[in-house]
Design a protein around this ligand. Structure first.
Ligand code: HEM
Length: 187
């Protein structure tokens, strides 16, 4: 996982709890990484999971709830750093259709060793979109939090359901999204 995600997690804990709580979580975790996490670096997924699990124990939040909240926290931060990915769209549906073909492609060019998930799309109607997410990390709640963040960013809540199925021996999650009529890009 890229250092940028670890850095966002530190911000998430520091802003919602405190920097001291983050330092405590860090001290109590047995991590493979000894040095500080830096944005362009790549670190073991196991370290990220260890930090998240320790954080949930420390602040008393359930793991799926914490990961979803972290995803929601991340979206406006990512949009701030990469405004051009977001500002070119008036509606969250148009924006979301670019994750796989534009955003994560650019992310893989910008960040060496980035491993982004695969998204496929089905478009059953004007107010709907189906996102088919495939990643060995299975960060379903993180994806849901990001979707909630996208809805908030465009001031247009996104309703979603998640089902899981197996394709070619790999689990995929199907997010069925429903958009509200009105949506504006706030930036
Ligand atoms: C401005 C928009 C976005 C940017 C700049 C961005 C960038 C990134 C970056 C840097 C990573 C980490 C990759 C790694 O550590 O190897 C990542 C992972 C991920 N992104 Fe995005 N992303 C954006 C929007 C989205 C949206 C809207 C979704 C929707 C669900 C999404 C879903 C994910 C997921 C689920 C992961 C975790 C990795 C995995 O599942 O394997 N991203 N993204």
């Amino acid at each position: 996982m890229k250092g940028v995600v670890f850095n966002l997690f530190e911000q998430f804990i520091s802003e919602n709890w405190s920097e001291e709580i983050y330092e405590q979580i860090l001290e109590e975790c047995s991590l493979e990484t000894a040095e500080p996490f830096v944005g362009p670096g790549t670190y073991p997924d196991a370290d990220f999971l260890a930090l998240v699990v320790k954080a949930t124990e420390t602040v008393g939040v359930e793991l799926p709830v914490a990961i979803r909240a972290f995803g929601k926290f991340c979206f406006p931060k990512l949009a701030e750093v990469f405004p051009h990915f977001v500002q070119t769209h008036q509606h969250p549906k148009d924006f979301l259709k670019t994750i796989d073909s534009v955003i994560h492609v650019e992310v893989r060019k910008l960040f060496k060793d980035a491993e982004t998930p695969e998204f496929r799309y089905e478009d059953p109607g004007p107010q709907q979109l189906v996102l088919i997410y495939k990643s060995p990390r299975k960060l379903y709640e993180f994806a849901e939090g990001l979707l909630e963040g996208v809805g908030e960013y465009f001031q247009s809540p996104i309703q979603y359901t998640r089902t899981v199925r197996v394709e070619n021996e790999q689990e995929v999650a199907i997010f069925e999204l429903t958009f509200s009529e009105a949506a504006v890009c706030v930036s």
